[in-house]
Design a protein around this ligand. Structure first.
Ligand code: PLP
Length: 390
């Protein structure tokens, strides 16, 4: 290096890092560009010290790609603000950590997503938060369970695996009478099939990994609210935890949103046809699908929901566990794997499930209906029922 030497123009190696900027003002593409950023430059130190409200400051707090996704999700749910988290589970823990403090009490629906229950029983318990599980169909009966130190009522409707539809308006009315906010894991409805805010919920959590992403290739979650004070608590906790989402994945979710409604309608129709076919089979003792009468809370679904999605469960109450395993493993179009909401049909069965009863839990099979032709899926289920009897 030559001290004091000045090059005009800068070296190629410097120009690679400091290119001339080109802003494509008339490039009206339909897709939202993917803006990757950790550092975001300020014009001067004055701008760094006095950012205007909403100014981009650092990648962790948002990029134009993430902000666009937040805005579109807020629009779908009719929320005032949305925060993004790296997974659905992270959105759940963010909400809990934003609202609960040592000595607080949490009411948690008993058919909650397993890792949510583990969060309550593990980390939250260690932090001094006490949790009481309640029956998902409790409705207005939740009132006597609310204590002076209850700080959050958690709903999930339909419940994970056992699919109970909750009377969210009745639960919210009881909670609000005691000034307790209500959060709902609203992932099944994807913000389209169930209006969480009209039902009285204060926070709507989405596992965007499911229907919004829609292709089983990303993880993301969101928390939406209309309440400014709750929004502030969420942002503060989001900041403290350093929760960041990749703009690349935001761009995939933005793309998924464009087909969300048509995909949801398709899987909704297919799943209902398949559920009805299963309900007519003698091997099946119950089909837990919100649109069918076997499903606890079916009447509430008729009252509060505009449709059903692609996830439901079937109970083979007269089978052995071995036959359930043989059936699941004989399926060819249904992959064995976690999650749901993508294009592929999936199946799960659970050895130690204690709902709806410890006897029936291991005989329950959960199906995620994907975008395949429903006739092929029915043929696959039929051949697996036959195979499993051998
Ligand atoms: C109801 C429900 N909520 C939340 C989640 C968590 O989402 P993620 O997989 O993005 O963490 C899941 C995942 O299976 C789920 O089924």
């Amino acid at each position: 290096l030559v001290a004091g030497a000045k090059r005009e123009p800068p070296a190629r190696t410097t120009r690679i890092i400091h290119p001339a900027r080109s802003a494509p003002a008339d490039f009206a593409a339909l897709a939202v560009p993917t803006y990757r950023a950790s550092t975001i430059l300020f014009d001067d130190l004055e701008a760094l010290d006095n950012p205007y409200p909403g100014q981009y400051r650092y990648g962790i707090h948002g990029t134009p790609t993430a902000r666009e996704l937040e805005l579109r999700l807020a629009d779908i749910e009719g929320a005032h603000s949305v925060v993004l988290a790296p997974s659905g589970l992270a959105a759940i823990s963010l909400t809990m950590l934003a609202l609960l403090r040592p000595g607080d009490h949490l009411l948690l629906t008993a058919s909650v997503y397993g890792p949510t229950r583990e969060l309550a029983e593990g980390l939250l318990a260690e932090l001094g938060v006490e949790t009481t599980p309640y029956e998902p169909t409790i409705g207005a009966g939740i009132a006597p369970l609310i204590r002076d130190n209850t700080r959050l009522v958690w709903c999930e409707s339909p419940g994970s695996i056992t699919m109970e539809i909750q009377d969210v308006p009745a639960i919210a009315a009881a909670a609000h009478a005691r000034s307790v906010p209500v959060a709902i894991d609203n992932s099944y409805g994807a913000g389209l099939l169930f209006d969480a805010f009209a039902a009285g919920a204060d926070l709507s959590i989405q596992a965007l990994s499911k229907y919004q992403g829609g292709h089983s290739d990303l993880l993301m979650g969101s928390v939406a609210t209309r309440d400014q004070a709750l929004g502030k608590k969420l942002r503060r906790t989001h900041y403290a935890l350093g929760l960041s989402v990749s703009p690349d994945e935001c761009s995939l979710v933005l793309r998924g949103l464009k087909t969300l409604d048509v995909r949801l309608r398709h899987v909704g129709r297919s799943a209902l046809a398949i559920a009805e076919w299963l309900a007519g089979r003698e091997e099946v003792t119950a089909v837990l699908h919100p649109a069918l009468a076997d499903c606890p809370g079916h009447n509430i679904w008729k009252r509060d929901w505009s449709g059903s999605a692609g996830l439901f469960s079937v109970i083979f109450g007269n089978w052995s566990r071995d036959r359930v395993v043989a059936f699941v493993e004989a399926l060819e179009l249904f992959g064995i794997g976690y999650s749901w909401g993508g294009a592929h049909s999936l199946v799960l069965a659970f050895r130690d499930l204690d709902r709806p009863t410890p006897e029936l839990g291991p005989l329950l099979v959960r199906l995620n209906i994907g975008l395949e032709d429903p006739a092929d899926l029915i043929a696959d289920l039929e051949q697996a029922i036959t195979q499993s009897s051998r």
